[in-house]
Design a protein around this ligand. Sequence first.
Ligand code: NDP
Length: 454
Amino acid sequence: MSMGSSTRVSQAKASGQSLKNGRTVQYEFMGPPGAVAIILGLPILMLCLTTFCEENTGCVHLRAQPPFFEIPLPAGAGSLTDSLLASVGSFHPKAAGVYLAWMSYQVLMHLVLPGRWVTGTKLPDGSPALDYKLTARLNFIVTLSLVFILSFKFDVLDLGWVYRNYIPLMISSFAFAAALSLYLYASSFRRGALLAAGGNTGNAVYDFFIGRELNPRVGRFFDSKQFCELQPGLIGWVVVNAACLHHQWRTLGRVTNSMALVFLFQGIYVLDALWFEKAILSTMDITTDGFGFMLAFGDLSWVPFVYALQARFLAATPIDLDFVSAAGIVALKVIGYWAFRGSNLQKDRFRTNPNHPAVAHLKTMPTARGTKLIISGWWGIARHINYTADWLMSLAWALPCGLSSPVPYFHPIYFAILLIHRDGRDYHACSLKYGKDWERYCKAVPYSLIPSIY
Ligand code: NDP
């Protein structure tokens, strides 16, 4: 799981599939200036989001009156820059130590937990596919059980500390992601490294950002990209949520239904991703994108600390939902999850075994490329009904926070932009893959995300 951006870049020689480490000739994200803006801008954005949604100052609240364009700082906050500098100044070395301990614990779990070995997809240079150890699901179950038993039952783990040190921990994650990306960039120059098609422009800043090496490994078997995509960030997100829930439980003496919903919804989302962890091996992030700042920052900083904003908001602003609102939100999440899991499973089953009884009845369209496209069932409703479903779930995470602040809605807004952009990129990639057949398919299934609308 990433910030959602990845790269698809043509190489100097179009026969690139069998060409090892060709030079990338096309930039994404507006090239090096875009890369610099993202590298500097995302940490600042995250500092803004967390600084203006916290215990002491409360949260940014919507203005009922103009001027809407002013940043509506919470009561008690100083100027924008003063507050941000105070956030940065709250960093202390203990937070870095705790963050490093968390990363070391995650590495240890990946190494010692038993896990199935599976083979990934073919490598672009034609060399044999790599083997991957799957431990994320078990790691999630073990880690969350330990966290709950040690903090809620025996009170020996101070989860509240994590909530109180959200910003210092987040800053530590920035430093870790930056250091890891530097290491990845430097080590990609060693002899024999297989580079990502989009990460070898020769511009150091851009390649550092987008990711130069395709599958960096420590030894033969520790795949750092697969590990970071699934374990420290996703599991870390649920642990940060647990810290926010713990804080509310300690200060309020109970957990509000809104907090319980956000915790459960997001916990189920992560567990689902880890339950089907093998599926990550065929995603663009693993098969195509290099491992650099974009994925490292997305996995280790963005996911745990931006995705946990709703729980953080509710820890500082407890909300009790009435029965009808809670039931409506649960219904939205259930519909979203049903469509998300149903559509993704339908396509995965069809691609793995089209004769599977669950998919054998589907109407399909043959293509010159040899692979068929489904035109009924979930995939007959819209070409990316799985994205729409994913977005509905993200809305269901924000609604428990009420409508008083825009901060909890940052995720569904950003996610909508990401999914629309990703839909456009996949459309482009499929037009290249399927040619005229893709045009025929788009006539059969004319809408991208919302039937009859878009
Ligand atoms: P998809 O799972 O939609 O995969 C797209 C590919 O599926 C196409 O390139 C094509 O490849 C194949 N395909 C498209 N239409 C059909 C069809 N009708 N029949 C059969 N095959 C078809 O995209 P993603 O990998 O981007 O997303 C997977 C999930 O991950 C989604 O639910 C998405 O919401 C979620 N996601 C979540 C993110 C997050 O940050 N939370 C970020 C990104 C994604 P081919 O024909 O070659 O098989």
